[in-house]
Every structure is written in structure tokens, then in C-alpha cells.
Design a protein around this ligand. Structure first.
Ligand code: COA
Ligand code: ZN
Length: 310
């Protein structure tokens, strides 16, 4: 009897979140010109989406307080989108003034996290997004919606997948065309990925094309989770060059799934991304000296170690 792996997508769209999700969780303040260089190298590596920064309160995320200067310094490639995070109308106005053409709004599936992160209830966050999303649509901008704590909350523990579905529906009803399902604290295991995706696609009737997955590798399960998501038809995956970003709820722990590790697995499986892995390594190498620690990407570490001994 021949065993075959379930069908996998022929190609995956890799959404690079290092300059935003990565750098917002690093302790250091990376100089603006280095951020611009990093973003430029990532786009040149062929990444179709490079999330560039956040127009949030500079008191909430001081690491990204130079958002306008970062956007002003990017020479955009036509092949790459450079979305930014926007929490409210003030952020949207700043983003528009900076020439942004694509945004992401963000809420969570658990109330306590939403309160700590953006000082609102989930329902309040949805009301605040509504006019922001409407304005973005009038401007012809793409809008992504992030849902944090999909697989677990640092304050509440387990999260009911039905809570995820309710937030997902509310965001889609607003006209958002892409949802990123975030394992904010890196606790998900593959069975949970199956459960959440099956609920969203089954009971929720949400088309797979509208969903992306966003894993953190805090407990080493990120790639296993990606594999299950791919087997369920997901073809949009978030990752961070070098694995940049820690976890504020687990100081010192690994952050986002590393773009290099993701690309290595996808390319090894014959899945196209259009991204040059070695060029992503080069981008990580540029930013690494500013972080104060070795990037956590396993591929990057193996690559750098083998080039020292070679
Ligand atoms: N950009 C810049 N400044 C902003 C802002 C924005 N998008 N939104 C609010 N502010 C400023 C206000 O002007 C106000 O400034 P002031 O005190 O000098 O008058 C101050 O921030 C507080 O504004 P308020 O509306 O009361 O917001 P808040 O204190 O309840 O904070 C958020 C709410 C959403 C603005 C804040 O929690 C935030 O930016 N969170 C982002 C967190 C994040 O990015 N997490 C990671 C992504 S998952
Ligand atoms: Zn994240």
C-alpha cells in the first residue's frame, strides 16, 4: 500500500512581519535607517508582503515610534506591499499622511488580552475599526485583520474557538478581506490548528483564501502547526526574518516563526514562495548586530555556524 501526504498547496504567500511584530518585541531601539535597510532587503528578497511598522501610540510601542520616518525612507518595489498596523482613526490619519497603501487592524479572541494590549473591550475595538476600515476601503487600500490569542491567552489560558469565530465574522462583516490567526504566546499544538480552522471553514463558512496563520515558536511547535494548516489548504503564512521578536509574556523565549525556517521547509517540500532564502539570511545578518542577541532562526544559526567552519 502506498502512503501519500494529503495535498499541499503548490505555492505559499509568505507575509514578512519582522520589521513590525519582530522589532516591537525586541528590547532595543533599532536606528531608523537600519529598519529601512532591513525592509528594503526583505522586499528585494522577493517577499510579496513586508509589514513595515505600526502607527500606534508611541507610549504603547516606543520601538516603532519612528513609523512616519520609516515609511518616508522606503523606496517601494511594485512587487511588494508594505502594510502597517493601525489601532484607531488617529493611526489611520498618520498612516495616510505617510503614504501608506495597505493597513491591518488588530483585536483578539480574549477580553483580558485586548484590554492589556489596546485598552478596550473586543466589542469596542470592533466599533473603533469600523470607520477606519470604511475609510481604507474608500481609499482603495487593502485591509487585514489580526486576531490575537486564537490558541491561548496569557491571562485567561484556553480560548474557545467559537470566540475566534465570532471575532472573525465581525471583522469580515466590516469588509476586511484577510484574517491572520495569531498564536500570540506560542502555545498552539497541531490539533488546535485543525480544530480552529475546521470551525472557521465549516460552521463559519469562511473561505480558506481569506485566512492566514501567524505562529510564534515559543515552545517549538510553529512549523508543525504550519504543516497542519497547509494540509487544510492554508496558503498564506506569517513569519519574521531571523525569528525576530521575543515574547513579552515569556522573557528570553523565542519569538515569531522565523522566515528562514519556514522557507527552508516549504522549499524542501517543493512549495514555491518566490522568495530567495539566502537574501533573507543576508537581511537578518544586517539587522542582527543591533539586536543584542543571536537571532533565534534555526536555519540562520546553522547557516552562520557552517560559514564560520567552512
Ligand atoms: N498614534 C499616535 N498616538 C496615539 C494613537 C496613535 N494611533 N492613538 C492614541 N494616541 C495617543 C493619544 O493622542 C493620547 O495622547 P496624549 O495622552 O498625549 O493626549 C494617548 O495616545 C492616549 O490615547 P487614548 O485614545 O486614550 O488611547 P489609550 O491610552 O487607551 O491607548 C491605543 C489605546 C490603542 C492607542 C494603545 O493601547 C496602542 O497604541 N496600543 C498598541 C499596542 C500594540 O501595537 N500591540 C502590538 C500589536 S498586537
Ligand atoms: Zn505575532
Amino acid at each position: 500500500m502506498a502512503f501519500v501526504l494529503p495535498a499541499l498547496p503548490a505555492s505559499v504567500r509568505v507575509v514578512e512581519v519582522g520589521p513590525r511584530d519582530g522589532l516591537q518585541n525586541e528590547k532595543v531601539q533599532v536606528p531608523t535607517e537600519q529598519k529601512i535597510r532591513f525592509i528594503t532587503q526583505l522586499a528585494a528578497a522577493g517577499l510579496p508582503v513586508v509589514e513595515a511598522t505600526s502607527f500606534v501610540s508611541p507610549r504603547a510601542i516606543p520601538q516603532l515610534s519612528d513609523a512616519s520616518a520609516v515609511m518616508a525612507g522606503i523606496q517601494p518595489l511594485p512587487s511588494t506591499m508594505y502594510p502597517v498596523l493601525v489601532p484607531n482613526m488617529k493611526g489611520m490619519e498618520r498612516a495616510l499622511a505617510a503614504g501608506v497603501r495597505s493597513i491591518a487592524v488588530f483585536t483578539a479572541a480574549s477580553e483580558s488580552f485586548t484590554r492589556h494590549n489596546i485598552n478596550m473591550t473586543i466589542a469596542e475595538s470592533l466599533e473603533i475599526f469600523r470607520p477606519v476600515v470604511a475609510l481604507a476601503k474608500r481609499e482603495g487600500m487593502g485591509v487585514r485583520g489580526y486576531i490575537s490569542t486564537v490558541f491561548g491567552c496569557p491571562y485567561e489560558g484556553d480560548v474557545d474557538p467559537h470566540a475566534v469565530l465570532a471575532v472573525a465574522r465581525a471583522l469580515l462583516d466590516m469588509g476586511i478581506e484577510e484574517l491572520s490567526l495569531g498564536d500570540t504566546i506560542g502555545v498552539a499544538t497541531p490539533n488546535q490548528v485543525y480544530d480552529v480552522l475546521a470551525l472557521l471553514m465549516g460552521e463559519g463558512a469562511i473561505p480558506i483564501d481569506w485566512l492566514a496563520v501567524h505562529f510564534h515558536d515559543t515552545r517549538g511547535t510553529a512549523l508543525a502547526n504550519v504543516l497542519v494548516a497547509l494540509q487544510m489548504g492554508i496558503h498564506s503564512v506569517d513569519s519574521s526574518a531571523g525569528g525576530l521578536g521575543g515574547c513579552p509574556y515569556a522573557p528570553g523565549a523565542a519569538g515569531n516563526l522565523a522566515t528562514e525556517d519556514l522557507l527552508y521547509m516549504l522549499h524542501g517540500m517543493g512549495i514555491q514562495t518566490g522568495v530567495d532564502l539566502e537574501k533573507v539570511v543576508a537581511a537578518t545578518r544586517t539587522i542582527a548586530p543591533y539586536l543584542g542577541h543571536m537571532p533565534t532562526s534555526k536555519y540562520f544559526q546553522a547557516h552562520e555556524a557552517s560559514s564560520i567552519t567552512a
